[in-house]
Design a protein. Structure first.
Length: 366
């Protein structure tokens, strides 16, 4: 098989031979009075061939995707790994609306729920690598899963390309409104005194690791009940089917306001403006415990760099607006923007942090 350079060189040689043959014919066989016209035609033909060869060479340099129309060409799919109503979903839909306004194409949210975000990750990786499928993620699919699971069907570092980091949020330690536990210390003391008697729900690997980390600090043990996202965890917790849970505060806020759940503490390093009377976990006696949720956008690794660059610029521009800042404040989230390179470093650091937590807490890898 010929390389592209060889093909281009062959095309150039054949075109040159064709021009020489044409010029020779015109010099010897053209009737009197036509030499000027023939010479002009030859010069035009030579220019056409030269431009054609230049175009061929340029296409070889830029690659096959360089001739596509300006991005985006069609509707954009925003893949969300958690159910509607979760903190991830609420933030994703806001970002989707702002992207749609700036890019001029529909942005369609698509829930791909289950397996701690693995189903969604594989859907993004398997989609056409043209930038029209975006992955709106929290920690689990791109960091926590690497630390917790022995085998993944995808590699979140090799198979996914970072675009931009957006925000972070606090977890809340929650119990049913009717629970007898009113502080984090009371809850952990009960879990330590009755190993395996209490149960907790986790909507992803991130919540599972964060909960097991807390239990290890309290020398306690509780039964893990897995769920497909935070929303069903909160529903079952409100119904008293499980004893406690860690969940992103923004997603739990409606349950707290409705009097269905009690918030014992938050994992942020300071009290939330919306919950000034609720202590942090640091204040509750766990000075080294401060897990958080963070959100970012990734795409399949094969997406062209110019497309990634445009998405990165657009997302960071959105996060810099007053509207975005106000949205985050209403949902008790914190702006945490970063470009693609910084996001990649943060992702790798988070994988390392999660791995250390798993080892320290003696959490079995799955």
């Amino acid at each position: 098989m010929k390389t592209q350079d060889a093909v281009n060189a062959g095309n150039a040689e054949n075109a040159g031979n064709a021009i020489n043959r044409t010029n020779a014919t015109n010099a010897t066989g053209a009737p009197s009075g036509m030499n000027s016209a023939v010479g002009t035609g030859a010069r035009i033909q030579r220019r056409r061939v030269t431009f054609a060869l230049a175009g061929t060479a340029l296409a070889g340099i830029l690659g096959p995707g360089s001739a596509r129309a300006e991005y985006p060409e069609q509707a954009i799919k925003l893949v969300i790994p958690y159910p509607p109503g979760t903190g991830t979903d609420v933030l994703a839909r806001f970002i989707g609306r702002k992207l749609e306004e700036r890019l001029g194409k529909p942005v369609v949210p698509e829930q791909r729920v289950g397996s701690s975000g693995m189903i969604a990750a594989q859907a993004v990786i398997g989609a056409p690598a043209d930038g029209h499928t975006l992955f709106f993620v929290a920690n689990a699919p791109v960091a926590t899963n690497v630390a917790l699971f022995q085998k993944l069907a995808y590699d979140p570092v090799k198979d996914l390309a970072p675009v931009a980091r957006l925000a972070l949020g606090s977890f809340g330690l929650l119990v049913p409104a009717a629970s007898k536990y009113r502080t984090a210390q009371e809850l952990m003391a009960a879990a330590a005194a009755n190993p395996g008697k209490l149960s907790y729900g986790a909507g992803s690997a991130t919540y599972q690791i964060a909960t097991e980390w807390l239990l290890s600090l309290a020398s306690a043990r509780a039964n893990h009940v897995p769920y497909k996202g935070a929303a069903p965890v909160l529903t079952d917790l409100a119904g008293g089917h499980i004893d406690f849970a860690l969940a992103e505060y923004g997603g739990a806020q409606a349950f707290i306001r409705a009097g269905k759940l009690r918030l014992l503490a938050v994992t942020a390093d300071r009290r939330l403006a919306a919950e000034p009377n609720v202590p942090t976990m640091i204040e509750s006696g766990y000075p080294d415990y401060a897990p958080v949720a963070w959100w970012a956008v990734f795409v399949a690794a094969r997406v062209p760099q110019p497309v990634i660059d445009r998405l990165e610029r657009t997302l960071l521009d959105i996060m810099a607006t007053d509207e975005a800042q106000q949205f985050l404040a209403r949902n008790n989230l914190v702006a945490f923007p970063a470009d693609a390179k910084t996001l990649r470093r943060y992702q790798l650091d988070d994988i390392e942090r999660e791995t250390r937590v798993i080892e320290a807490a003696k959490i079995p890898r799955q």
